[in-house]
Write a protein that binds this ligand. Structure first.
Ligand code: AMP
Ligand code: MG
Length: 359
């Protein structure tokens, strides 16, 4: 378990099937969700990949070390368990000096998913990390707060045109400067499990990043969002629920169970605090966390992707139609669910559905 500039990773020798199986076990990660292989530098690429497309080399040159993962044709040396049976391998060179020194000292490529237990918010701060993983892994290397706070951007450069598989710490805008034909799926579609076709990036089919509390995400202007957040907070509080809020400065909302993650204009700040704040609100015992969405530009795209996955179907879109005092259709839909929420401590199948999380 070691720090990187994106989030903390849980690592093992990528070329050793037994060691890699240990990662899946410790995290409770489904074995069909492949791992990212971390290299010391791009010179090590031939150890894990072959027939590397020219675009892959150009992107590596431009953005490594950094928060970009490339999906490349796999070298036969990489065991199947690392790539979950795929003939491609996801590779990245982290920029945090600690992480690179660790890979160098190990002398082997390191397979490392995010260090969190599967389905839970990623880990970006040492305190939460120790609480979640103490006793479950051999070594905890602590290195302060993760500078970026969301995972790497994943790009499949084997497909033509290349496809963005996961928004992350490197913005799509910067990628597009080198890959103008990059295929980017709309946010709303990217997480939806499609029963017909297997997802290209297996991790996308799972519910992810979820705290224990229900998450409801509000998308719209600061004014509409503020009004909708206040309405729902009032209603839930009346019904005895404990409510946490994750908002920007523009919302003007404050309070003990409110976490303010900077301005809508600075998505980097939101990304930096996101997973820590979700875990903090969980620790305060929130039954529901209400989140103000931010514009999906720059790292904001990765933030909104994570929030949509954490919220599942609980997204209130305030951008369409008039919304007056919570009587908009989307708000009303969520409100109906909320009315069924019993006072704290009472569980019903309707309001406390077990989450479909990967084990
Ligand atoms: P995590 O390790 O939690 O940061 O997740 C890694 C992400 O990379 C998941 O969404 C995986 O599905 C994705 N990934 C890893 N290897 C591949 C691959 N060979 N092809 C496509 N996606 C991959
Ligand atoms: Mg993860």
């Amino acid at each position: 378990m070691f720090p990187t500039e994106t989030v903390y990773g849980l690592g093992a020798n990528a070329l050793n099937a037994k060691a890699v199986r240990g990662i899946f076990r410790a995290k409770g990660r489904p074995t069909d969700n492949p791992l990212i292989v971390h290299l010391r530098d791009a010179g090590d690429l031939p150890r894990v990949a072959r027939d590397i497309p020219a675009l892959g080399l150009r992107l590596a040159e431009a953005f490594w070390p950094g928060p970009l993962t490339l999906v490349l044709p796999k070298h036969p040396r990489v065991p199947k368990v690392t790539t979950a049976g795929l003939d491609t391998v996801a590779v990245r060179v982290p920029s945090l000096p600690w992480a690179r020194r660790l890979i160098e000292a190990a002398g082997v490529p390191i397979a490392a998913p995010s260090a969190n237990l599967s389905g839970r918010p990623s880990l970006t701060t040492p305190g939460h990390l120790v609480r979640e993983l103490k006793g479950k892994v051999d070594i905890l290397l602590l290195g302060g707060k993760s500078r970026i706070g969301v995972e790497s951007t994943v790009v499949d450069v084997v497909s033509s045109p290349p496809v963005l598989l996961r928004a992350g710490g490197l913005s799509v805008e910067r990628l597009q400067s080198l890959v103008p034909d990059l295929r980017v799926l709309p946010l709303e579609a990217s997480g939806a499990p499609d029963r017909e076709t297997p997802p290209r990036s297996p991790g996308l089919k799972y519910r992810h990043y979820a705290p224990r509390a229900r998450v409801t995400l509000f998308v719209g202007s600061p004014q509409r969002t503020r009004q909708a957040l206040e309405n729902r907070r009032r209603m839930l509080t009346r019904e005895g629920c404990k409510v946490g809020l994750l908002v920007t400065r523009e919302s003007g909302l404050r309070g003990p169970a409110v976490r303010v993650l900077g301005s809508r204009k600075a998505p980097d700040r939101f990304a930096f605090g996101l997973f820590h704040a979700l875990r903090e609100l969980d620790a305060l015992g929130a039954d529901e966390i209400l989140v103000e969405g931010i514009p999906a530009t720059g790292v904001g795209l990765a933030v909104m992707d994570r929030l949509r996955r954490a919220a599942g179907d609980r997204v209130v879109d305030l951008r369409v139609g008039p919304v007056v005092s919570g009587r908009g259709r989307a708000v009303a839909q969520v409100s109906q669910k909320a009315r069924a929420i019993p006072p704290k401590g009472v569980r019903t199948p309707e309001t406390h559905r077990p989450r479909k999380r990967p084990r």
